[in-house]
Design a protein around this ligand. Structure first.
Ligand code: SDX
Length: 433
């Protein structure tokens, strides 16, 4: 009979034992749920550098090896052999679909791509120059007002239709945010197109002329969506889980995830990366990379090499390698291989990979480093990059949210703190202050 492994902690002369739990692969965890009850002390882990917040069987990352698995399948194999909807089925249900399952799933998504017609008026409330992420946070949260038959998180049918609606409508909502900021009419989805081609149609078609999506660009976008679909317990996924733990409806939870993803340290990095490359380009291009790197190394500058570094990957982000390939394909297809930004990015990558500052800190290019260049080459505005990331990640958020709801051990998330404020004191009337 296997004996329960334990970890021992001694505090003020008192010894406490905690069970050690093992997953299928990856680091073990020390189950410290009873720590506060036994010892009166909390753990302290700002940024959750050493904290596993949940059990999950969806995505596995090995940061040292640069490995990423969706339900056990390597991202390299999924990106080459599958499309985004197939990958979405895998993330949500745990297995790759057979043809019949895929066709049913694709059809359920295809027949939910339109949004409630009244939702189009919600866009009118935004300024035309609003950042698309501000529109997405508002519109996705507002879905709860239009789809009131899918808010009961304890009803599996509600959970299922909410998931389908989110996956199906995100491309429509993101494309509408773009069209609105361009002052162009919204384009309705076309049910004769595949998921990614349909998005390109809604983005770039106009009522005035026929538009056929470029299949190479549609495939490149589909790969971007696959690479960004899920990523374990990252900041926005943790936000979705924490929101869901209070019983909030799925649209509210996903809107919370979108808000978190907006940050430049997270999903906003691809936009920030393009802004960084543009700044270097304007200040002199490749010849000025050295000056920029010097600024990055100067702690007081607050300047970071956007698109580099990762909390988990201390090796090349496997998604960055695949995104780099996609970058080449798109630039070749569009005859942009002499694209100055791409050449600058390649020069920056080469220098950074050889520079001791980055090597010693294990700072490698992450997925965002190349995704911005690909999207810019495809004609997607920089301000919409994070919106595309949200569109891709929505299936990961949904799968993680579903898993949390179904976890018999899940409770409302409620971290504690190390209090460093004033001890109790009495109020003095203002006349005496
Ligand atoms: C995503 O979590 C996920 O999985 C996220 C994501 C997903 O799919 O959901 O992968 C998507 O968010 C990718 C990351 C995109 N962000 C960026 O590209 C922004 C630039 N990167 C950094 O902000 C940073 O690397 C983070 C936020 C991504 C990770 O930061 P950590 O793990 O907290 O690392 P750290 O800040 O403790 O850095 C360790 C050292 C520090 O230097 P020292 O104090 O040791 O001297 O590395 C330095 C940092 O200053 N450093 C960088 C750097 N990133 C870290 N220095 C220059 N440029 C950088 N980009």
């Amino acid at each position: 009979m296997s004996t329960q492994r334990t970890a021992t902690l001694t505090l003020d002369g008192q010894t406490y034992e905690f069970p050690v739990l093992s997953g299928t692969i990856g680091p073990d965890v020390i189950d410290i749920r009873s720590l506060y009850g036994k010892s009166g002390a909390f753990t302290f882990d700002p940024g959750f550098m050493s904290t596993a917040a949940c059990k999950s069987s969806i995505t596995y990352i090995d940061g040292d090896k640069g490995e990423l698995l969706y339900r056990g399948y390597p991202i390299e194999q999924l990106a080459v052999n599958c499309n985004y909807l197939e990958t979405s089925y895998l993330l949500k249900f745990g297995e790759l679909p057979n043809k019949a399952q895929y066709d049913e799933f694709e059809n359920s998504v295809r027949t939910h791509t339109m949004v409630h017609e009244q939702l189009t008026r919600l866009y009118q409330g935004f300024r035309r120059d609003a950042h698309p992420m501000s529109i997405l946070v508002g519109v996705v949260g507002a879905l709860a007002a239009y789809y009131q038959d899918s808010l009961d998180i304890n009803n599996p049918d509600h959970r299922s239709i909410a998931a389908t609606r989110l996956l199906a409508k995100m491309p429509t909502i993101v494309a509408m945010a773009y069209k609105y900021t361009q002052g162009q009419p919204f384009m309705y989805p076309r049910n004769d197109l595949d998921y990614s081609s349909n998005f390109l149609h809604m983005m770039f078609a106009t009522p005035c002329e026929k538009y056929e999506p470029n299949p190479v660009l549609a495939r490149a976008l589909d790969r971007i969506l696959i690479l960004h679909a899920d990523h374990e317990q990252n900041a926005s996924t943790s936000t979705v889980r924490l929101s869901g733990s209070s019983g909030a409806n799925p649209f509210a939870c996903i809107a919370a995830g979108i808000a978190c993803l907006w940050g430049p340290a997270h999903g906003g990095a691809n936009e920030a990366c393009l802004v960084m490359l543009d700044e270097i380009q304007r200040s002199g291009g490749v010849d000025k990379i050295g000056d920029f790197i010097a600024k990055v190394k100067d702690k007081n500058s607050g300047v970071k090499l956007m698109g580099f570094g990762h909390r988990v990957y201390k090796n090349y982000d496997p998604r960055a390698k695949l995104m780099r390939e996609t970058c080449h394909e798109v630039l070749n297809e569009l005859g942009l291989h002499d694209d100055p930004l791409f050449k600058l990015a390649m020069a920056l990558e080469k220098i950074a990979l050889e520079d001791e500052y980055f090597v010693s800190r294990k700072l490698y290019p992450n997925v965002d480093f190349y995704s911005g260049i690909v999207q810019k080459a495809m004609g997607i505005p920089v301000s919409l990059f994070t919106g595309i990331f949200a569109m891709a990640r929505v299936i990961g958020w949904i799968a993680q949210w579903h898993e949390m709801i179904g976890d018999p051990e899940q409770k409302i998330g409620r971290p504690r703190q190390l209090y460093t404020g004033s001890v109790q004191r009495d109020v003095i009337p203002m006349s005496q202050r």
